[in-house]
Design a protein around this ligand. Structure first.
Ligand code: FFO
Ligand code: GTP
Ligand code: MG
Length: 433
C-alpha cells in the first residue's frame, strides 16, 4: 500500500441523503482539489475553513454540483495529511461524478479503512483507537456508542499503557538483578506487581461478554408453560401490546420477535409457544422450536405462574436463565426465593426483573469498556503469560514478562507490531472510513 499518494472515497452511506461527503487525502490533495473546483482557490484556504463553490469537470467545465469545500492542512487533519472534503448534495448521481473527476484528476480510490490507517501510521490514533472508530461507526445501541467513544478518547489505551509501564519497570529491575544480584527486587514486590497486573487483565476480560452483547445485540427468550404469562410479560417489557394475550392456553403458537433497547443494549425479545407434553403435532413443533430458541438465546426468562402449583421444569440452559414467577398480584401457590415475582398486570416487580436482566447481561462491572475479539485474544495471551511468570523464579521471570509486554503492546499497536495484526484491524473497515 502506498502511504502518501492522494486517495479519495465517498464518506457518506450509499443512498440518498441531504448531504454527501467525498474525502480526499494525501500529498497534492490541495492542488488536485483546485483542478475540480470553481470558487476560492483551496490552496489559499486556511486549515479548518469552508468555502462555497462548484465542483466541476475540468475537461468540459461543466458544473457537477454546488458544494462546500473544507480544507485541513497536514499535520492537522484526521489522517495527518493535507485533506479536502467536498460536501455536496447527497445524491448517488452527484457523488459518483465527483468521485469520477477526482479519479481522473489523479487521485486513487481509497482501500477499506485507508483514511484511518493513515491516521494510525501518522500517529493520530493508536490501534485500539482505530478499532474504536470502527465500533463507533457500527454502534447501534447507546452502550456500544458509549464504549466506543470512551475507547476513541483513549481511556483503554491509557490503561494499557500504564500497565505496560509498571511491567516494564519490573522487567528492568529483574534484568538489573541478573547483572547485579545484590540490587535485585524484593521477590514479594515482583509478585505484588504481577498479581495486580493479573487482576487488571482479568477485570478487563470480565467485561468481554458485555462488550460483545453491546455491539452485536442480545437475544432474550421467554419460555414457560402455556398460560404462564409469557406474552403478557413480553408486552409489559415492551410497553405496548405486541403479542396476543388470552386466558386460553396455547394462544402463542409460533415464536414472535420484538426489538427493544434495555440498558443501551439492542435486544430482541422472543416470545414462544407454551412448553408442555402434548400429542398435538402442531403444538409439539411449537414446543420444540421454543426449546431450540432457548438454546440459542443469550439469556432466557423461565416464566412460571405462581398462582398455580409449580410444574416440572423443561430442559433449559440454566447457567444463563433467570427464573420469573408471574401473576404476583394473585394469591401465591408457592414461594421460592430463586424466582423473581412480577405482575404484568400491575407492573409490580418489573424494575427488579430489569435489574436482574442488567446484571445477567452486563455483569456487576456495568460494561463500559469496548473490547474487540482481537483485544480479548491479546488479553487472554497476556493473562496466560502473567500466570506463568508468577510461578517462575525471578531469573526466569523476565522471559515470560517480555511475552506479556508483547501481547499488551499489540493492543495499542506501538513498537513493531506484526503487519498481519494491523491488516486484521483494517480489513473490517468499509471504504471511506
Ligand atoms: N466532516 C467530517 N466530519 C467528521 C469527521 C470527518 O473526518 N469529517 N470525522 C472523522 O472521523 C469525525 C470527527 N473526527 C475528526 C478527528 C480529527 C480531525 C482533525 O482534523 N484533527 C486535526 C486537527 C484538529 C484541530 O483543528 O484542532 C488533528 O488532530 O491534528 C477531524 C475530524 C466525525 N465527523
Ligand atoms: N392476574 C394476572 N393475570 C395475568 C398476568 N399475566 C398474564 N395474566 C393472564 O394469564 C393469561 C395468559 O396470559 P398470556 O400472556 O397469554 O400467557 P402465555 O404464557 O403467553 O400463554 P401461551 O401463549 O398460551 O403459552 C391471560 O388471561 C392473562 O391476562 C398477571 O401478571 N396477573
Ligand atoms: Mg403467549
Amino acid at each position: 500500500m502506498r502511504l502518501r499518494d492522494p486517495i479519495c472515497a465517498i464518506a457518506t452511506p450509499p443512498g440518498k441523503g441531504a448531504i454527501g461527503v467525498v474525502r480526499l487525502s494525501g500529498e497534492g490533495a490541495l492542488e488536485l482539489a483546485a483542478r475540480v473546483w470553481r470558487g476560492k482557490d483551496p490552496r489559499g484556504l486556511k486549515g479548518g475553513r469552508f468555502t462555497f463553490g462548484e465542483v466541476v469537470d475540468p475537461k468540459t467545465g461543466e458544473a457537477l454540483d454546488q458544494a462546500l469545500l473544507l480544507v485541513f492542512r497536514a499535520p492537522r487533519s484526521y489522517t495527518g495529511e493535507d485533506l479536502v472534503e467536498f460536501h455536496t448534495h447527497g445524491s448517488p448521481a452527484v457523488l459518483r461524478r465527483v468521485l469520477e473527476v477526482l479519479l481522473e484528476a489523479g487521485a486513487r480510490l481509497a482501500g477499506p479503512g485507508e483514511f484511518t490507517f493513515r491516521a494510525y501510521m501518522n500517529g493520530k490514533l493508536d490501534l485500539a483507537q482505530a478499532e474504536a472508530v470502527l465500533a463507533l461507526v457500527e454502534a447501534e445501541g447507546e452502550l456500544a456508542r458509549r464504549q466506543a467513544l470512551r475507547a476513541l478518547e483513549g481511556a483503554f489505551s491509557r490503561k494499557i499503557e500504564a500497565l505496560e509501564q509498571r511491567l516494564l519497570d519490573l522487567l528492568a529491575h529483574i534484568q538489573a538483578l541478573l547483572d547485579y544480584p545484590e540490587e535485585g527486587v524484593e521477590p514479594l514486590e515482583a509478585e505484588r506487581v504481577l498479581r495486580e497486573a493479573l487482576a487488571e487483565v482479568e477485570g478487563l476480560l470480565g467485561q468481554a461478554r458485555a462488550s460483545r452483547l453491546a455491539q452485536k445485540g442480545a437475544r432474550l427468550a421467554l419460555i414457560g408453560a402455556p398460560n404462564a404469562g409469557k406474552s403478557s410479560l413480553l408486552n409489559a417489557l415492551l410497553g405496548y401490546e405486541r403479542a396476543l394475550v388470552s386466558p386460553i392456553p396455547g394462544t402463542t403458537r409460533d415464536y414472535l420477535e420484538a426489538p427493544l433497547e434495555l440498558f443501551g443494549i439492542p435486544l430482541v425479545a422472543v416470545d414462544t409457544a407454551g412448553v408442555r407434553e402434548t400429542e398435538d403435532p402442531l403444538e409439539r413443533m411449537g414446543v420444540e422450536r421454543a426449546l431450540r430458541i432457548a438454546e440459542e438465546a443469550d439469556l432466557v426468562l423461565y416464566v412460571v405462574d405462581r398462582s398455580l402449583p409449580k410444574p416440572a421444569p423443561p430442559p433449559l440452559p440454566w447457567e444463563r436463565t433467570l427464573k420469573v414467577a408471574t401473576k404476583a398480584d394473585l394469591p401465591p401457590a408457592w414461594e421460592d426465593p430463586a424466582f423473581i415475582p412480577v405482575s404484568s398486570l400491575t407492573g409490580e416487580g418489573l424494575d427488579r426483573l430489569k435489574e436482574a436482566l442488567k446484571e445477567a447481561l452486563l455483569g456487576k462491572e456495568g460494561g463500559e469498556v469496548l473490547l474487540t475479539e482481537r483485544q480479548v485474544e491479546a488479553l487472554l495471551r497476556a493473562r496466560e503469560r502473567l500466570k506463568e511468570a508468577l510461578g517462575l523464579p525471578q531469573d526466569l521471570m523476565g522471559l515470560a514478562l517480555e511475552e506479556v509486554l508483547e501481547a499488551l503492546a499489540s493492543l495499542r499497536g506501538e513498537g513493531r507490531v506484526a503487519e498481519a495484526v494491523v491488516a486484521r484491524v483494517f480489513q473490517n473497515f468499509c471504504v471511506g472510513k
